[in-house]
Design a protein. Structure first.
Length: 366
């Protein structure tokens, strides 16, 4: 399958210059900790770009990956980390991974969907009953085949998926318990057609906006609210500009940990196995950290003065009903011919979770 290649933009060229400078100066927390003394120079170097701060559960998973790769490869692979947006936005450094100027990167599902239509379905509303079900599906045979197809098309191979988690809705107008409570609210979303359809169906006026502009827009009242997983609100101190939070959980945000496919295939068999094993173990470590910190995050926001509304499966049913039309809209776009097959596989993962047959955090079979 012919790969889609992005044109190098001026921003991409600037990022290449930044990368050279950062590598020469040891930029990045953990940037110079790849090789161990006495083991000789590493045979391979992985430059891994991330978007969130060092204390975020996602970056904690990156550090774990760095440690495990060093340990399992006995110093033959060095991982240099560049967290907190040092290499630009997610989309910018994904372009650099695609081109091979970086070897690895991290970004949410919406960013990956900018590079391939094969992951557009993941933004459909109420697709997964839990993060564990999502992880089970992504690691299943159909999920594994999907990841390989994405790699062959884009040169971006999703080794594993971390998670941002399910989207909450925050706002400064009123508590949200039903779709009627959202009528007329200006809600910021990412620039994604499916997300716009979802929140329009709920009665809001969704407004795409760059993440860098979000806090100021909430502060100035340009928008009423936004949708993001809990840890985004915690780390972003959204309690300073928002009053209400509801865990509607319409969309699960999986975070793709991608590696340049050409680079991955160039590794010797034993080192490919090392990278894959380290990524899987780092994913499970991250999922445990994220589950613990996300749950604590809700209490943190309460302590900071927000009104936090936690919903049950039954409470979310009206939101499911009003967004059911999004599936018809998505089918009409004709972008995913295998949608029924994917939904059937996801339903099986949901069934296994609901019957208590999956680990509630990692999604592995018990």
């Amino acid at each position: 399958m012919k790969m889609k290649r992005k044109k190098i933009t001026i921003i991409s060229l600037l990022l290449m210059i930044m990368l050279v400078f950062a590598t020469m100066t040891g930029c990045g927390n953990g940037g110079g900790t790849g090789g161990a003394g006495g083991e000789g120079a590493p045979e391979f170097t992985i430059r891994f770009a991330g978007s969130v701060p060092e204390d975020h559960p996602i970056t904690q998973g990156h550090f774990r990956f760095q440690e495990l790769v060093h340990y399992y490869s006995e110093g033959r692979i060095e991982v240099l980390l560049f967290p907190n947006g040092q290499m630009g936005s997610n989309r910018e450094f994904y372009e650099q991974v695609q081109l091979g100027n970086l070897q690895m990167g991290e970004a949410g599902a919406v960013i990956l969907a900018n590079f391939t239509d094969r992951f557009l379905f993941a933004q459909l509303p109420f697709l997964f009953d839990s993060g564990a079900a999502a992880q089970h599906f992504l690691s299943s045979e159909i999920g594994t085949n999907l990841r390989r197809e994405i790699a062959e098309e884009t040169n971006l191979y999703p080794l594993v998926f971390f998670e941002n988690g399910f989207q909450n809705i925050t706002n400064s107008v009123r508590e949200i318990r039903t779709p009627e409570d959202m009528q007329g609210m200006i809600i910021r979303t990412q620039e994604n057609a499916t997300l716009l359809e979802i929140y329009s169906a709920m009665g809001a006026n969704p407004m795409p906006m760059a993440f860098a502009e979000l806090f100021t827009a909430m502060q100035l009242g340009t928008i009423d609210g936004q949708v993001n997983p809990i840890m985004v609100a915690v780390h972003g101190n959204y309690n300073e500009v928002q009053t209400y939070m509801s865990d509607v959980y319409a969309v699960y945000d999986a975070v793709s940990i991608v590696i340049n496919y050409d680079f991955y295939r160039s590794l010797p068999d034993d080192l490919r196995a090392v990278v894959r094993r380290a990524a899987e173990e780092a994913r499970d470590y991250h999922l445990h950290v994220n589950a613990r910190e996300s749950e604590a995050g809700y209490q943190t926001m309460v302590e900071r003065g927000m009104t936090v509304t936690r919903m049950s499966h039954a409470d979310r049913e009206p939101f499911r009903q009003v967004t059911a039309s999004v599936y018809d809209w998505f089918r009409a776009q004709g972008l995913e011919p295998r949608l029924d097959e994917l939904i059937e596989a996801i339903a099986e993962s949901n069934r296994l979770y609901n019957e208590g047959l999956l680990d509630p955090v990692t999604g592995s079979l018990l």
